[in-house]
Design a protein around this ligand. Structure first.
Ligand SMILES: [Mg+2]
Length: 415
């Protein structure tokens, strides 16, 4: 099959289903493709006199290979060869004909924040009277169905983000929420079903309990980016595809869930994330996605490779290494003393961002990262004319994919 004939298939689930039905890949609603093939084979084998044991072993093997893609169509199961073929063809078609990559979007704390209606605080009650036509910052959606009663707030800039990202990427949703919730949210985010086209993956689609994996996607891993507030929820082999998002908390219950108690939630303050990252965070990440897209399709370093052989994870690594390139960092009283410094997440994060880290001060050090301005190393930094910053300087650089102005992250005296 040529790329051209497959071209529209995965952009439209109905076409995919029609295509598979035509090719005999989809049976009635309660059938299973693997089972259908096994049944056919059993008939042939019985005629050939194949032993019961051999057939049983073969059936077990056949059951263990292949996968169901219930989120695309409830009867869709594919064997390994078909999965490989569709992955290659779908990605190749996207790259060559549409100049698009794949983008997988988490829902909660990445694109939106939800709370149960019953969990709302008295200071959040006013939100229940916000209407669909209210263009205030606190515009929310109420979902009140027999199976769920909740309120959802989109992260600022979401509409523009989805519209523009869909020009460069084929978008999918992947949430650890249940299917009903995922579909309700998809309906709110994409009322015309123009953007996600049925690519809405939920907890029950995962092949590993409580973990997300790109194995449920009909796409090559090398062409997939993921936006998620939690990297660890992804299987280890897919963590290099993840762009980690700072968590979006709008409601009080969400802050409580993550033990954030130092300030009131946006909902009660009647404000939003808009000013926190020099604008809406989704606007920042959209800019990053544009940059990655441009590098993937145009940059000299990877030119010469066929598009299908390029790896977007490499682009992520290259960009990440640029963030703190040239910085030499010494940490002071940031880690627990009984844990080896170079195994600490913050140390590793700084290295991933291109910095070199050290336990000793010397003239080549550029930054001291400290929790307290009174430590020996902090005092040395001030005396030696080095930057003295708090640990948030690294975390924010990590979220923003950009070195941050040091003066915005002063290190204070601790009592
Ligand atoms: Mg999440």
């Amino acid at each position: 099959m040529t790329v051209a004939t497959v071209c529209p298939i995965l952009h439209n689930i109905d076409s995919l289903v029609a295509f598979l039905k035509k090719g005999g890949r989809l049976e009635s609603d309660h059938s299973d493709i693997g089972l259908t093939e096994r049944t056919k084979r059993r008939r042939i084998e019985t005629n050939l006199g194949v032993s019961e044991e051999a057939r049983f072993a073969d059936e077990e093997k056949s059951r263990s290979s292949g996968m169901r893609f219930g989120y695309l169509h409830k009867c869709l199961g594919l064997n390994d060869d078909e999965i490989d073929r569709l992955r290659n063809e779908n990605t190749q078609n996207l790259l060559l004909n549409y100049k698009k990559l794949h983008l997988v979007l988490d829902l909660d704390h990445t694109l939106l924040n939800s709370t149960f209606l019953d969990n709302m605080s008295p200071d959040e009650e006013y939100l229940k009277t916000q209407t669909q036509y209210d263009h205030s910052l606190q515009h929310v959606h109420i979902v009140d169905t027999p199976s769920m009663r909740l309120m959802t707030k989109f992260r600022p800039y979401i509409r523009t983000f989805l519209m523009e990202a869909s020009q460069m990427f084929e978008l999918s949703i992947y949430t650890m929420g249940n299917r009903d919730y995922a579909l309700e949210m998809a309906k709110l985010l994409d009322p015309g079903n123009q953007i996600f086209g049925g690519r809405v993956i939920s907890r029950s689609d995962s092949t590993e309990t409580d973990r997300k994996g790109l194995d449920v996607l009909l796409a090559r891993d090398s062409a997939v980016l993921i936006l998620d507030d939690t990297k660890d929820v992804w299987t280890n082999i897919n963590q290099d595809n993840v762009i980690v998002m700072p968590r979006y908390h709008f409601f009080k219950s969400s802050c409580q869930q993550y033990s954030i108690s130092n300030s009131k939630p946006y909902s009660e303050l009647k404000t939003d994330e808009c000013d926190r990252y020099g604008g809406a965070y989704l606007a920042n990440v959209l800019q990053l996605l544009r940059h990655i897209h441009t590098i993937f399709f145009n940059e000299v370093e990877i030119e010469g490779w066929d598009l299908i052989d390029r790896d977007v994870r490499l682009v992520l690594k290259i960009l990440q290494k640029e963030v703190l390139k040239g910085c030499k960092i010494v940490f002071s009283h940031v880690f627990h003393s009984n844990v080896k410094a170079d195994t600490q997440p913050l140390w590793k994060m700084a290295e991933q961002l291109g910095a070199t880290c050290s336990t000793q001060v010397d003239p080549s050090v550029t930054h001291v990262v400290a929790a307290d301005a009174r430590t020996q190393k902090s005092c040395w930094a001030v005396k030696a004319g080095k930057f003295l910053v708090n640990p948030q300087w690294i975390h924010t650089a990590n979220f923003m994919w950009q070195k941050q102005p040091e003066e915005n992250f002063p290190c204070h005296y601790q009592h």
